[in-house]
Design a protein around this ligand. Structure first.
Ligand code: NAD
Length: 514
């Protein structure tokens, strides 16, 4: 490593050379020229740790010009050479897991082990993309007519963009750019302005791996930058991950402007627990999946649907586990759950506890009682458990995106299924049972894109594709895996005859197979 800025692996929030986070365009850091910038907090201390440049439409245009200029050379680069670069990227990300994770802890707040888990799941996508020679193979049909062959090839789209959320500042960009660039596209990333440093660090690693300048670019910013991406005539496709209202806006505006768009939105993930489930295992799973990463995961379990008489012992088993969860700064040894991303978000999450209780829910654990909630400047909130929640309540109807687990009690499987299927979101869900027939029926019945059978966070491995249904995804193709390859390429079918002067004649009839 020569030029890559290393963040401190342990100390949080100190000033470093990344004090001002610049754009990454055409293989270099580029200082923002718009005069607009935003604060980047260390959520564990509540202090502004650095600032990030916000791009204007002209700066987005500059990135698009760099990406466009790089496209013809990159798409013509042989598949073997592109594969070699993907392997080098894979190795560099692998070697620098700790540094990437340190960026995540400092700006997102997640604990080190969780941050390393994020890097590992992102890396899987780069590993998948190293298989690009296989993934881009088309079909070939010989002798479809006498002397005629037909084959299909998949070609890159051109300049493509990714717009990503705060909760996975490294993994979600890797979901997108690994396949996009392996397919021969050039890429513009607009990461979350709340935790932007990991994306520039990744840009530096990609350059070191030998990726030509302009193939991967990062522009920071807010709605101004996003809307410039959506309107840009040279950007062919947009991948988005974030909240549902913004996903809808991205899909509608992007497609109206003629772009291919996949826009993944918010979630409210239910874990159905049947009366025959192993209560201890279900409680472990519910607690891990609800409070991991402070509940700021789109695949977090936010609602336990307790069926029949499982409810009382299950709620007791969950409650018993809560005092043992260690909450603290992400870089502190032993911390299992860090702070939330901003003070505003933390306060919004806490407000659902108030509204839940006022609408009849039972507050069995109140995160506001945690000492760090009142005594720290950081954006901490302890873990909360709301029991006797019903689908009409505000706390149920909204995606809370924080360390709050809700319990809805239902008498039987059909009513549990009805609750899950009536929810506007359909990202992930899980069922806990020992009955294979019941689990199979659930898999058949449920209107959700990713289903876990005794698995609480069923994020597909990189060689399947990730995506929800209903308000959790706008567009036709899910993200990464085989559908990611489809998204970042378009098919071309060639019908070929090589002249054989001996058989050539004039024929005005419609071409038909012979
Ligand atoms: P967000 O929608 O606020 O922001 C996502 C991106 O959109 C960011 O880059 C942001 O800068 C940009 N953006 C924000 N407001 C915008 C506007 N008005 N116009 C244009 N662009 C705008 O989401 P977030 O708070 O960063 O992330 C949390 C959300 O993401 C949650 O709803 C979570 O469920 C969702 N999420 C979904 C998935 C999934 O796979 N379905 C994965 C991770 C996160």
């Amino acid at each position: 490593m020569t030029h890559v800025a290393e963040p401190p692996v342990t100390g949080g929030g100190q000033a470093t050379e990344l004090d001002h986070v610049n754009h990454w365009i055409n293989g270099s850091r580029v200082a923002g020229a718009s005069g607009r910038r935003g604060p980047v907090y260390n959520p564990a201390t509540g202090q502004v740790a650095r600032h990030v440049d916000f791009a204007s439409a002209e700066e987005v245009d500059g990135a698009a010009a760099a990406a466009k200029a790089a496209f013809s050379g990159w798409r013509a680069t042989s598949i073997s050479r592109r594969t070699e670069i993907m392997f080098r990227i894979r190795n560099l990300v692998d070697q620098h897991r700790e540094e990437i994770a340190a960026h995540l802890t400092r700006e997102h707040g997640k604990v080190r082990t969780d941050a390393l888990g994020e890097v590992a799941r992102g890396l899987e996508n780069i590993e998948f993309a190293t298989g690009i020679p296989q993934l881009l193979k088309g079909g070939f049909s010989e002798q479809v007519s006498t002397g005629v062959d037909v084959y299909q090839i998949r070609q890159p789209l051109g300049v493509v963009a990714g717009i990503t959320p705060f909760n996975f500042p490294a993994m979600v960009p890797m979901w997108m750019f690994a396949n996009a660039i392996a397919c021969g596209n050039t890429f513009i990333l607009k990461p979350s302005e709340k935790d932007p440093s990991a994306s520039v660090y990744l840009g530096e690693l990609l350059k070191e791996a030998g990726l030509p300048d302009g193939v991967f670019n990062v522009v920071h910013g807010d709605k101004v930058a996003v809307d410039a991406v959506l309107a840009h005539p040279d950007i062919a496709a947009v991948s988005f991950v974030g909240s549902t209202p913004i996903a809808r806006h991205i899909y509608q505006t992007g497609t109206a402007n003629g772009k291919r768009v996949q826009a993944l939105g918010g979630a409210k993930n239910h874990m159905v627990v049947l009366p025959d489930a192993d209560i201890e295992m279900a409680a472990d799973a519910a607690v891990s999946a609800a409070y991991g990463s402070a509940g700021e995961r789109c695949m977090a379990i936010s609602v336990v649907v307790a069926v029949g008489d499982v409810a009382d012992p299950l709620v007791a088993a969950i409650e018993a586990r809560l005092p043992k969860i260690k909450i603290g700064p992400g870089n502190e040894e032993g911390s299992e759950m860090g702070p939330l991303i901003t003070k505003e978000h933390r306060d919004k999450v806490a407000s659902y506890l108030e509204s839940g209780v006022s609408q009849g829910a039972t507050l069995r654990a109140d995160g506001r009682q945690h000492v760090l909630y009142s005594e720290s400047e950081g954006f901490f909130l302890g873990v909360s458990l709301l029991d006797n929640v019903t689908p009409e309540m505000e706390c149920y109807r909204n995606e809370i995106f924080g360390p709050v687990l809700e319990v809805v009690r239902t008498p039987d499987y059909p009513s549990a299924l009805e609750i899950v299927n009536a929810n506007e979101y359909g990202n992930g869900t899980a069922i806990f049972t020992r009955d294979g027939g019941a689990a199979r029926q659930f898999q058949f019945d449920v209107n959700v894109g990713m289903v876990g059978l005794n698995v609480p966070i069923p994020v597909p491995v990189a060689y399947y594709s990730f995506g929800g249904w209903k308000a959790s995804l706008f567009g036709d193709l899910h993200m990464y895996g085989p559908e990611g390859i489809q998204f970042y390429t378009r098919g071309k079918v060639v019908t070929a005859r090589w002249p054989d002067p001996g058989t050539s004649s004039v024929d005005l009839g419609f071409p038909r197979t012979r």
